[in-house]
Design a protein around this ligand. Structure first.
Ligand SMILES: Nc1ncnc2c1ncn2[C@@H]1O[C@H](COP(=O)(O)OP(=O)(O)OP(=O)(O)O)[C@@H](O)[C@H]1O
Length: 506
């Protein structure tokens, strides 16, 4: 093909345009797509090794000129587009911003064109209607509140989540492509809200918007969206927007607490007459409907102590459907003894106790509350494992017992401490934290709320440690291996209250 003929095929701008799949998971690279046919699957390029993904799993036919991509599932296992299954042999047309999963439920990517195309060039975007209303920002900007005209305080609160409950995306995507990509979820909603208002309910929306704190959504754009939604509903509403993490993020009930303390004119809320509706309800996958992304809304209502309904139950009068129980129930107290098998601790024993447990399993808490008199060594505080070993050796030489408060999830990390204790004539025991994965998540969420010094645990690091986790054995040289069960013990009544709430969203 001559250069002139090639140039004629696409406009100059389409030639400069790039199309790629941006991986939604850090461990997988982005994939640059060529104009024309691209076959993707398990390969060195994608770094996907999972055998669920065929070597040729999907075909993408890219049209740089029109900014469209036709996708076909080639592999045996279905792929997905914006959450909907795309079975073997089926096609789907994709546009900028669509989310695909190479295999249903796995390997998510966002299709992007750079520069971003303007599909609606000719269609004028609707102008947002600006209604009167008041904005408040509290808690150092972490909670933003919008109150439309006509809102009246009441002992009866009708609470609603926003995304997936009051609105859905117009585009059918999982995440809205812009501030205008929304429509009311069910036609029944405006009338139902009007009736509640006439029945003297105060209507409140509670929405988690961590995307604002992460810089993915501009606060001003979201404010415009809230104004547009409330003006479309034509009913007085107070909207609570949780920006980022912390006490305001559902399922933690900070937003409700603020409503009750500051935004209801001193009128006490009657929990028996109030209720909350949300789509994050822990429902499993059902046919084409994907499973709920979390249980945050159901747990928010449980934390407050008010009845909970899904949007389908509340607006469409559908009967309730089964849902997955939360992984950890903070109200259920374990009756297990601290040690299994029963054992004693005494710093006079001349021993090294090597703790073992994932981040958040409660090692430091256990050490602080139980291992009194022992020297505590922790690689995070000392800076490195080597510093831990050096310090340990010093203590052993002066006859002091030590506790190694590190994760110690694999044989390698435990070995050096066992050798060190034997070389110094000390016994060495391994104490394994017997904390369920659900309680670990709960502990991590609790620590984030109550201890600002501790940084957030990276999920990738947690998953790597889970993979490395090798149960200890006496053949490694331990004199005894003991399981440590969780026995709750709190610094204050306030901390106990927080711990006994649902804090994780699953
Ligand atoms: N038995 C318990 N009673 C009350 N709170 C607990 C208990 N165990 C753990 N916690 C709380 O859970 C959170 C996590 O526990 P901790 O920091 O001890 O875990 P860790 O295993 O030392 O984690 P890391 O390896 O990240 O240091 C802390 O806020 C702690 O106070």
């Amino acid at each position: 093909m001559s250069l002139a003929k090639f140039l004629k095929k696409g406009s100059a701008s389409s030639l400069n345009r790039k199309c790629s799949l941006k991986s939604k998971q850090l461990e997988y690279p982005d994939i640059v797509l060529q104009n024309g046919l691209n076959a993707l699957g398990r390969s060195r390029e994608t770094q996907i090794r999972d055998s669920f993904c065929s070597k040729k799993q999907i075909e993408l036919n890219v049209k740089l000129e029109s900014c469209e991509v036709s996708m076909k599932t080639v592999g045996v296992n279905a792929a997905s587009v914006n959450g909907l299954l795309l079975n073997q042999g089926k096609y789907c047309l994709l546009k900028h911003g669509d989310i695909i999963e190479m295999v249903y439920g796995k390997f998510p990517y966002e299709l992007t064109f750079d520069p971003e195309p303007d599909y609606e060039q000719s269609i004028k975007k609707p102008k947002l209607e600006q209604t009167g209303g008041q904005w408040d920002s509290v808690d150092n900007g972490k909670l933003v509140i919008y109150t439309t005209g006509g809102v009246k305080s009441s002992s009866k609160i009708a609470g609603f989540d926003v995304d997936g409950t009051i609105i859905t995306t117009k585009s059918g995507r999982v995440f809205p492509k812009d501030t205008f990509d929304w429509e009311i979820l069910f036609p029944e909603i405006p009338k139902k809200l009007k009736t509640l208002h006439e029945d003297n309910y105060k209507i409140c929306f509670f929405t988690n918007q961590s995307g604002i704190a992460k810089g993915k959504i501009k606060l001003d754009d979201f404010k415009n969206k809230v104004k547009a939604i409330t003006s479309r509903l034509q009913v007085p509403v107070q909207v609570f927007i949780a920006i980022g993490d912390g006490f305001n993020r559902k399922p933690v009930p900070g937003m409700w607490q603020h409503l009750s303390d500051e935004k209801n004119d001193g009128i006490e809320i009657d929990n028996s007459q109030s209720f909350y509706v949300g789509d994050a309800a822990g429902r499993p996958e059902a046919g084409k409907k994907r499973k709920d992304h979390s249980l945050a809304d159901r747990l928010f209502a449980l934390n407050i102590g008010i009845p909970f309904f899904t949007p389908e139950e509340h607006f469409l009068k559908k009967s309730s459907v089964p849902f997955n129980e939360p992984e950890f129930d903070p109200h259920k107290e374990t009756k297990l003894p601290l040690f299994d098998p029963p054992t004693k601790v005494d710093s006079k024993y001349k021993e090294v106790v090597v703790l073992m447990g994932l981040p958040g399993s409660g090692k430091s808490h256990f050490t602080k509350t139980v291992m009194k008199g022992y020297e505590i060594l922790n690689a995070d505080t000392l800076g490195s494992v080597q510093a831990c070993l050096n310090k340990c050796e010093q203590f052993l030489r002066s006859g002091k017992s030590c506790v190694i408060d590190n994760t110690n999830v694999d044989v390698e990390s435990r070995k050096k401490f066992i050798t060190l204790s034997k070389n110094n004539g000390f016994k060495c025991r391994c104490f394994v934290m017997n904390t369920s994965p659900g309680q670990i998540k709960h502990n991590l969420a609790f620590r984030q709320l109550t201890d600002s010094k501790h940084s957030k645990i990276n999920t990738m690091i947690l998953n790597t440690m889970k993979k490395k986790f090798t149960s200890p054995s006496t053949s490694e040289g331990f004199d005894e291996i003991v399981k440590v069960n969780v026995v709750c013990d709190f610094d204050s009544v306030e901390h106990e209250k927080i711990y006994k709430m649902f804090l994780a969203d699953k």
